[in-house]
Structures are given as structure tokens and as C-alpha cells.
Design a protein around this ligand. Structure first.
Ligand SMILES: NC(=O)c1ccc[n+]([C@@H]2O[C@H](COP(=O)([O-])OP(=O)(O)OC[C@H]3O[C@@H](n4cnc5c(N)ncnc54)[C@H](O)[C@@H]3O)[C@@H](O)[C@H]2O)c1
Length: 346
């Protein structure tokens, strides 16, 4: 298959690119990414010479960039990972960029996929569109959409546009909604990498509120295998929940990281809660399991240990992000990235 991956220089997108190159030896990927603060070409360094991966510096909100891609390639599927993805930024910096990329960008891709008769469109969505749960139960695909923050509201908006394109125009489209991911290449503003990097530097570990907000955690490679399964086996018009079957309070995750690193609990520092902070998320994976045969393959404890070890071994990677050095590296890397202004292999 020839796949268009958007946002493939970000955390999950770059892991997905690696996953596909490894598990599908004949698949080809065109990877478009605008390289916002969250996009990092250093996530793709090891595959820069892989002839089955082409990186294109471009913006999904630009009809020019998107149309050019669809004219140059014949895609078997579009997978839309590109997004403004950080809840805190949507709260404190405003939703404008979120509306632009998450809703407008998705619509531009949907229009192009329809115009060029792409056989499959996969929208990478989130459990956050369902809002918050009480003390029991789990989100199913039938749970009402009730987003509570600007990020999740724009992801819900995108889901509705995908649904409309499928329903009104017959575009073959599927949606995956996944829980909280962790693993290599996650931007250090997110919970797990932030806690690891602070603990390693003996800095306070800021935990929102009472630390009892529950999230369902999934190892990023399990998310990638779920997306891949839905891509190849999912039924057009369906939504598939993907979760890690591991819902625990944030404070337990933080304590787990401290234990792996052998650091004291006294580093934990409770800070003022995020406004409107959803209390509990949990995912019911029954549909993906019974209809597609997908299940997460990694045990949380093992995957967390592996992840912590990755951040310990790749300190230069996140140090360069924290210091802003990775942004400067773009200039150097543009040399190999945009030869002929068409994107190059890498
Ligand atoms: N991280 C999670 O736990 C999680 C959970 C469920 C779903 N998701 C969804 O998965 C997707 C990927 O999340 P992530 O954590 O990897 O995010 P990320 O912020 O790490 O990566 C997003 C990528 O999209 C790129 N991008 C942003 N705006 C763009 C634009 N206009 N055009 C092209 N590229 C653009 C960025 O440069 C970046 O590389 C998102 O759609 C997110 O909503 C994430």
C-alpha cells in the first residue's frame, strides 16, 4: 500500500511510520508534517535513507500543499495524525490553531481524498471526545460525544466532519479513538516524559490537583498496531475504540516512574489543578477485539520500564527539545529534506 501519513514527525505519527516500515516490507509512506513545535525531524533520523519513506514539509491547512501531494502520488489510504494535541496549550494559548489544524486541516484532507478517490481515510482521534466518566464504567463507541476542553472539542469537530464525508459523500472512512499513549519520542511537555526528565534532573514533579485523575494508558506501539488493524480490516463508517486496559490515577504513574529510577517520592509536588480537568477516562475495546481481533500486546509495567530506559538512553534527544536546540537543527536538516522542493526520501 502507499500511505499518506500526516503529522508523522510527531510522537505517535513517527512511531507509526517506524511500525509500518518494519511490519509491512512493501508499503510506502509519504509523510507530511508542518514541523510545529511538536514536530521533530530527529524522530526520523534513523530512517532518512529508507527509500520507502518520503518526508514532505507541508501544512494540512494549505490546500496548495495538500493538492500538490495528491497530484504527485496515488494513495491507497490517508491516515490523519496531524493535530495540535496539547490540552494545556488549548486552554492557555487559545483554540485558534486547534480549530485551524484539527478541523479545517481535516476537512481539506477529506476533500482531497474524495476528489482523488482515495480508497480509505483513517482519522486518528481520541477518547477525550467522550468527556469524563463517573467512578465506574468505560467509554464505548456509543457513548455520547461530550468534549470538555478546546482540544477535545476540535477533535470531536473533526470526527463529525469525517462522519459527514462518509455519510453524505460515500467516502470510505474509519475513526480510531485511543486513550493516553506513552513511549519513545513523546514531547517532554506530556505527563510521562515530563516526569521522567524532571526526576532525572532531581527537579519537582508537578502533579495536578490531588493526582487522582484516572487515565487509560496504552503503549504507543499497541496504538500503532490498532491503527494498522483498523486501516486494513475496519468497516467504513465505523468508530473503533483503542485502549490499553490499564486505567489508573496519574499519581500511580508518577510513583511508578520514581520507583524505576530509584528517586524519592519527596520530588512529587502537587500544583493547582487544570481548569475543567476531566476526572476519569476508561476505554472499552470490545468492538476492536471481537470484530477485528486486535488487543494491546504489551504489559503496562514492562512498557513503562522500557519507556523510562529509552528516555534515560536518549537524554540528548529530549535535552535538545528542552533547550530549543532541535529547532535550530531544522535549518541544517532542510538541506536533505527539501531538495527540489518536493520532499526527499528519508
Ligand atoms: N498523545 C496521545 O496520548 C493521543 C491519544 C489519542 C489520540 N491522539 C491523537 O493522535 C494524533 C497524534 O498525537 P501526538 O501525541 O503524536 O501529537 P504531537 O503533537 O506529538 O504530533 C503532532 C504532529 O502534527 C504536526 N502538525 C501540527 N499541525 C500541522 C499541520 N497544520 N500540518 C501538518 N502537520 C501538522 C506537528 O508538527 C507534529 O509533528 C493526534 O491527532 C492526537 O489527537 C493522541
Amino acid at each position: 500500500m502507499k500511505l499518506l501519513v500526516t503529522g508523522g514527525a510527531g510522537f505517535i505519527g513517527s512511531n507509526f511510520v517506524h511500525y509500518i516500515l518494519k511490519t509491512h516490507p512493501t508499503d510506502e509512506i509519504v509523510n507530511i508534517d508542518a514541523l510545529t513545535y511538536a514536530g521533530n525531524l530527529e524522530n526520523l533520523t534513523d530512517i532518512r535513507d529508507n527509500s520507502r519513506h518520503v518526508f514532505v514539509h507541508g501544512d494540512i491547512t494549505s490546500t496548495r500543499d495538500v493538492n500538490r501531494l495528491f497530484r504527485e502520488h496515488r494513495f491507497d489510504a490517508v491516515l490523519n495524525f496531524a493535530a495540535e494535541s496539547h490540552v494545556d496549550r488549548s486552554l492557555h494559548m487559545g483554540p485558534r490553531e486547534f480549530i485551524k489544524t484539527n478541523i479545517m486541516g481535516t476537512q481539506i484532507l477529506l476533500d482531497a481524498a474524495r476528489k482523488h478517490k482515495v480508497p480509505r481515510f483513517l482519522q486518528v482521534s481520541t477518547d477525550e471526545v467522550y468527556g469524563s466518566l463517573g467512578p465506574t464504567g468505560a467509554f464505548t463507541e456509543e457513548t455520547p460525544i461530550q468534549p470538555n476542553n478546546p482540544y477535545s472539542a476540535t477533535k470531536a469537530g473533526a470526527d463529525f466532519m469525517v462522519r459527514a464525508a462518509q455519510h453524505s459523500h460515500g467516502l470510505d472512512a474509519v475513526i480510531t479513538r485511543c486513550s493516553n499513549n506513552f513511549g519513545p519520542y513523546q514531547f517532554p511537555e506530556k505527563l510521562i516524559p515530563l516526569m521522567i526528565s524532571n526526576a532525572l534532573a532531581d527537579k519537582p514533579l508537578p502533579v495536578y490537583g490531588d493526582g487522582l485523575h484516572v487515565r487509560d494508558w496504552i503503549y504507543v506501539m499497541d496504538h500503532c498496531s490498532g491503527i494498522d488493524t483498523v486501516l486494513r480490516k475496519g468497516k467504513s463508517g465505523e468508530v473503533y475504540n483503542l485502549g490499553g486496559n490499564y486505567d489508573v490515577p496519574n499519581i500511580e504513574i508518577v510513583k511508578g516512574i520514581l520507583k524505576i529510577l530509584g528517586k524519592p517520592k519527596s520530588l512529587i509536588s502537587y500544583v493547582k489543578d487544570r481548569p475543567g480537568h476531566d476526572r476519569r477516562y476508561a476505554m472499552d475495546n470490545t468492538r476492536a477485539k471481537t470484530e477485528l481481533g486486535w488487543e494491546p500486546a504489551h504489559r503496562f509495567e514492562d512498557a513503562l520500564k522500557e519507556t523510562v530506559n529509552w528516555y534515560v538512553a536518549n537524554k540528548t534527544w529530549w535535552d535538545r527539545i528542552r533547550s530549543g536546540e532541535y529547532l535550530k537543527a531544522y535549518d541544517k536538516m532542510y538541506g536533505w529534506r527539501e531538495k527540489g522542493d518536493k520532499g526527499v526520501q528519508g
